[in-house]
Structure formats: structure tokens, C-alpha cells
Design a protein around this ligand. Structure first.
Ligand SMILES: [Zn+2]
Length: 152
């Protein structure tokens, strides 16, 4: 309940909660949230009853799609997404990892053919020892999500 006091409620929009501390800023960058005009409230290193510290992101007048929510799982596998309408939570779901991520990430392998060919990047998602690994369809190498840069 402490988060309710430290981060203001929003009228309409999306609240992403239970983000591991430190990942909030990466999520803002990945989804290019700060490029828009909507008001965004970010709480970093908030105390959480269950998990120590966490980040939280509130985006006004924006509804996260299921696809975005699944991409979010890369950074925050235990995040919850709350859709808010008129101050009420109208929908709430946990993110889940997709099987594949296409066209949004760039392969960390600089020799990968995906950099030279006009193809969409394509990665298969796997979880090993509770860490997310992404295997490139083209060079077949596996990478931890921390190595990735989003495509611009
Ligand atoms: Zn590759």
C-alpha cells in the first residue's frame, strides 16, 4: 500500500507494477515511452512488501496491448499490468513470456546475417535457471536479455 502513497493515482491508463528494481528505466527506453506526450509517473526503488525493492511505471491515456505486455516479460517476468479507467482497475493481468520476439530486438552478434539482410530479427525465447535467454533464428546463438539493444 506504500506505493499508493508514493506514486500518484492516475485517471486513465496503464500501471506496470512489480518491475524488478533497475529495470524500470530500461522498460521506458525499450518501449520508447518517453517519446510520447502522455504523462508518465515512474517510481524507482520503491519498498515492496514481498520482493524488497521494485520499480513501477504509470502511463496516462495509454493502454498496453497484450503483445507489449509479453515483451515486457523479458525485463520483468513477474510484472503485473493494470489497466485503469476512471481511477478504477478495470483489467489486471500478469505478463507472460512469448515464444518468439520478432522485429523489435537487434542481434548482439555483430557477424549475424540479420544485420546485412533485409530481414526482421527473430528470437526464440527460453528460460534457463530463471534467466531469460533469446536464441537468434539466423545465427542460432543464445543471449541473455541484458545484451540486447532495441531497434531504432
Ligand atoms: Zn543473430
Amino acid at each position: 500500500m506504500e506505493t499508493k502513497m508514493t506514486v500518484e493515482a492516475i485517471t486513465h491508463g496503464t500501471v506496470i507494477d512489480h518491475i524488478p528494481a533497475g529495470q524500470g528505466v530500461r522498460i521506458l527506453r525499450f518501449f520508447q515511452l518517453t517519446d510520447g506526450q502522455e504523462r508518465i509517473t515512474v517510481g524507482l526503488n520503491l519498498r515492496s512488501k514481498n520482493s524488497g525493492v521494485k520499480d513501477i511505471i504509470k502511463i496516462e491515456n495509454t493502454v498496453f496491448t497484450a503483445e507489449q505486455a509479453n515483451q515486457l516479460a523479458l525485463f520483468a517476468p513477474n510484472a503485473t499490468v493494470n489497466l485503469i479507467n476512471n481511477y478504477e482497475v478495470v483489467d489486471k493481468f500478469r505478463v507472460s513470456l512469448p515464444d518468439q520476439i520478432n522485429a523489435v530486438l537487434s542481434c548482439p552478434n555483430s557477424n549475424c546475417i540479420s544485420h546485412d539482410e533485409p530481414v526482421d530479427s527473430k528470437f526464440y525465447v527460453a528460460v534457463k535457471q530463471s534467466k531469460v535467454k533469446l536464441k537468434c533464428h539466423y545465427c542460432e546463438k543464445s543471449f541473455s536479455e541484458r545484451l540486447f539493444k532495441e531497434l531504432k
